[in-house]
Design a protein around this ligand. Structure first.
Ligand code: PEP
Length: 263
């Protein structure tokens, strides 16, 4: 059974004060969401304040990046130890904006994922193809290579805790979502690839879909058998919209909530 995981990626939005305001509005809306994992990833500057606001709640804290280095002369970087001390349970790594705008490679992402696991945090590792790659029929080649490269240092015994986010780049922030069937096709491919690498643990690995997930499309996406959650950018900035996403409805979820789905 895979427990759904709905995560907010705030990108470079919200000050610490705005993050606290979000928490005040959002927590009452999701206090009954006990059958899913809810995660919020604010900017680094809001982590401490949000950690206080989320204390004792059912919403977990995540970072949106991390250095693979434990400490040292790495100006502008933040280590896993710093994130752990603030109460982060997850960190997003390999987001397409990091890969395309900041030149992050699969090898660099792999080192970050390993550092997170070593510190007891869970990496949310993002993969996804560009429009050009999709139109050239290269989606599985690109995503397969990202899976192999970015997860190369995941310890086999921790693999089942891993979270992978499939985010087609052409669907991020564009309002253009993959259809549920398109997303499911790639998710099934990702799970097979994970099976090749981690064996039976692949059954437990949660694969999120990301790319213009909104209250009005989350239900059909979450109804797909290999879509175990969502990584949400724009729609996660609004407490009511993200709460609706957390409370997705449909065949994948019983009205009173659920504890997982058959794998
Ligand atoms: C993202 O930033 O990971 C994302 C999926 O953004 P959006 O939901 O805005 O497309």
């Amino acid at each position: 059974m895979r427990r759904p995981i709905l995560a907010a990626n705030w990108k470079m939005h919200k000050t610490a004060g705005e993050a606290a305001d979000f928490a005040a509005a959002f927590l009452p809306l999701v206090k009954d969401a006990d059958a899913v994992d809810v995660v919020v990833a604010p900017p680094f500057t809001a982590l401490d304040r949000l950690a206080s606001a989320l204390a004792g709640s059912n919403v977990a804290l995540a970072a949106k990046n991390v250095s693979p280095e434990p400490q040292g002369a790495f100006t502008g970087e933040v280590s896993v130890g710093m994130l752990a001390e603030l109460g982060c349970r997850y960190a997003i790594v390999g987001h397409s904006e990091r890969r395309t705008l900041f030149g992050e490679t699969d090898g660099f992402v792999a080192r970050k994922a390993a550092a997170l696991f070593a510190a007891g945090l869970v990496p949310i590792v993002c993969v996804g193809e560009s429009l050009e790659e999709r139109e050239a029929g290269r989606t599985t080649a690109v995503v397969g290579a990202q899976i192999d490269g970015s997860l190369a240092e995941v310890p086999a015994e921790r693999a089942s805790a891993l979270v992978v986010a499939y985010e087609p780049i052409w669907a991020i922030g564009t309002g253009r979502t993959a259809t549920p069937e398109m997303a499911q096709e790639v998710h099934a491919f990702v799970r097979e690839r994970l099976r090749g690498r981690f064996g039976d643990a692949a059954r437990d690995i949660r694969i999120q879909y990301g790319g213009s997930v909104k209250p009005d499309n989350v239900d059909s996406l979450m109804a797909q058998p290999d879509i175990d959650g969502a990584l949400v950018g724009g729609a996660s900035l609004d407490p009511a919209a993200f709460a609706r996403i957390v409370h997705f409805e449909g065949p994948g979820r019983e009205p009173s909530g659920r504890s997982g789905r058959p794998s």
